[in-house]
Design a protein around this ligand. Structure first.
Ligand code: FAD
Length: 287
């Protein structure tokens, strides 16, 4: 039984999660690292590197979502995405994923080998990646033969933890009322908590915050220990992104807001009253 975990240059936290998942499957685990991503060369290199493997694990990122189904097809295997659990049962690989916006779970048995699976961030406890960084795949120099080519990359420097890997998230919705609320009220709170900032789609679509902050069905799937949902109504599409959050705390003026059904703690009040008080308490704790 051989598992291969596929890593990209920068995603070390994700790599540890994949190593954790591979550990639960048992068998021997090999890790490969793609350092210079172009889809066709990466795919060709992976086909060679993954031949003979039973399971190939990817993290939850755009490259993985692009590569995983193609790799499964080339190797004659089967593919499943967005897994929150993976198990070997009677020699077959079973992947659990959430359906209906996190209200139910589906268990999928992958009957062809290899099982190529991408897993949601923070679904597994971190484990040692071993010598992954020592096995970069040779993907350079084959780009000319590609039918498609990335002609330009615009890199935004990530100085903070990825939202998917964040332990504490302060998230705002349309009820924040504008970019000023995010900047002047929520960001200082996030700084005090050492948290990442996120938002509902309504707030992102309004242009108040970057689209990369969006959490939900069509945004990022997060799994923090604490998710602070401020002025977010809790629509099912938003909840689909936070179903793995360990604790949800909601602040909303509407006592009937659906978010309260999912929240461990809730405060019914105007966030402009509550957030400054929270900040004051946290600042006093820190001084
Ligand atoms: P609203 O629904 O407008 O809620 C604002 C909340 O703020 C209300 O509950 C209100 O009581 C509260 N409020 C107002 N003022 C204050 C105040 N001063 N203090 C405290 N509380 C206050 N949404 C996502 O978030 N992520 C997705 O990925 C996503 N994907 C979607 C995909 C599809 C196909 C579709 C159809 C929709 C999707 N949506 C998604 C949109 C989703 O349905 C909701 O419209 C959206 O989540 C609502 O955002 P909101 O809760 O911020 O805004």
């Amino acid at each position: 039984m051989t598992n291969v975990i596929v890593l990209f240059a920068e995603a070390d936290r994700a790599a540890q999660g994949l190593a954790g998942a591979a550990e639960t499957l048992g068998g021997e685990t090999r890790a490969v690292r793609i350092t210079d991503y172009q889809i066709e060369p990466a795919l060709n290199a992976l086909v060679d590197a993954c031949r003979g493997a039973d399971v190939v694990l990817f993290a939850n990122d755009t490259y993985s979502q692009e590569l995983a189904p193609r790799l499964a097809h080339r190797l004659g295997g089967a593919c499943a995405g967005d897994g929150i659990d993976i198990q070997r049962v009677d020699g077959k690989i079973r992947v659990t994923r959430q359906v209906y916006g996190g209200k139910a779970q589906a268990v999928i048995e992958l009957r062809r080998s290899p099982a190529v699976v991408w897993l949601r961030a923070r679904s597994f406890p971190a484990s040692d990646v071993g010598q992954a960084s020592a096995c970069p795949l040779a993907t350079k120099g084959q780009a000319e033969a590609c039918p498609t080519l990335i002609v330009e990359r615009n890199t935004s420097t990530q100085t903070t933890t990825r939202l998917e890997d964040a332990n504490v998230i302060v998230s705002g919705g349309r009820g924040i009322g504008g970019p000023e609320g995010f900047r002047d009220e929520l960001q200082p709170l996030a700084d005090l908590l050492g948290a990442q900032m996120a938002a509902s789609r309504a707030a992102c679509d309004a242009g108040w915050v970057p689209p990369t902050w969006q959490v939900g069905q069509t945004g990022k799937k997060v799994a923090p220990a604490l998710y602070l949902a401020i002025a977010i109504t809790g629509a099912s599409q938003h909840m689909a992104g936070i179903s793995e959050a360990k604790n949800i705390v909601a602040i909303n003026i509407d006592p009937d807001a659906p978010i309260f059904k999912h929240a461990r703690f809730g405060i019914v009040d105007d966030y402009r009253k509550v957030v400054p008080q929270l900040r004051e308490k946290l600042a006093r704790r820190d001084s």
